[in-house]
Design a protein around this ligand. Sequence first.
Ligand code: G3P
Length: 219
Amino acid sequence: MKLFLDTADLQAIKQWSKTGILDGVTTNPTLMSKAGGDPSEGVQEIARMMGAGDVSVEVTTTDPADVYQQAKRIAALADNIVVKIPCHTSYYAVIKQLVSEGVQINVTLVFSVMQGLAMNKLGAKYISPFIGRLDDINQDGIGLVQQLCMMRDQYAFKTQVLAASIRNREHLNQVILCAADVATVPVTLLEESLQHDLTDKGMERFLDDWAKLGVQQFP
Ligand code: G3P
């Protein structure tokens, strides 16, 4: 299973890329706006830091012809760029064309199994169901990820399920357990989900007990 960081914050990406647990990064216009700076330079810097890891970058235009042109320009920023395009019927032809030209696509804002099926047919590399945003309207975000994974397995589809809008530890646990291909995790949630008080307390106790031995050097 792949773990992506859901941010455009260069410092956070730099810090987490050194840990060896990151397989990629996802951004969106909101995250890029929050990060500030020149977006093209930012994307190239993220792509460089991630090495071979995929970096998703979303289009910011709406007209299909413009989306096509912008997607090509975004993809040309680096070899490991995956272009994010919203899951809207206006863009189906564009997605199909881009896939046929070798552009890697992450179809974002996926909220139903049928949308997921359609994106498999178009050859998207990833589909991104948004868990938290379904929960926001009292629908079952995790349920959708489970259904998309079931569909992927039943039909041996190649399109990978990239669970997004992960808001809490329970979301993350469920996504891992239902065998999503990727979880993209906000920085604060990644930090908190990897920390455990008992790990910290356990380390402290081992060191205290060891000190009682009074050994100067070991081994
Ligand atoms: O990966 C998509 C994610 O950034 C959206 O999260 O919390 O804004 O729904 P959220």
